[in-house]
Design a protein around this ligand. Structure first.
Ligand code: ZN
Length: 131
């Protein structure tokens, strides 16, 4: 399989982000849908929405390039919803919007949010020390 700069930068971003979506923070899968479903006990139809994609911070239509600086890893849901708009929101504004919706339970379906809810709760609050 040919490896383009876009694919290489996506993989690098995926690893740097510990496999989490840049916007919603949910875990993503790259190649192995079945393993991802087994690991998280979710259905393939649900997991499809968390496929890892290369997200251009500066949209391609605005001249954004396939460079490491311009590529982050985002789930297909967050990626498509951002670029479905006529003018894609700037990354910071979109990040803020997505996180607000995730907290309100109005982003991914309830099944996905509950499957990863504990994980997300631990995402923005540091672990408490018991001593
Ligand atoms: Zn996402």
């Amino acid at each position: 399989m040919p490896s383009t700069p876009l694919v290489r930068n996506r993989k690098t971003a995926y690893l740097a982000q510990l496999g989490r979506c840049y916007y919603c923070g949910l875990p993503m899968w790259e190649d192995d849908l079945a393993a991802f479903c087994r690991a998280h006990k979710i259905k393939p139809t649900q997991a499809q929405r968390l496929k890892c994609t290369a997200e251009h911070l500066e949209a391609r239509q605005d001249g954004g390039l396939d460079t490491a600086q311009n590529i982050v890893a985002a789930c297909v849901t967050c990626n498509q919803r951002r670029h479905k708009r006529k003018q894609a929101p700037v990354p910071d504004a979109y990040l803020h919007l997505v996180q607000k919706r995730v907290r309100a339970g109005r982003w991914h379906c309830a099944t996905l949010l509950s499957a990863f809810g504990a994980l997300l709760a631990g995402h923005d609050s540091p672990a408490q020390s018991s001593t």
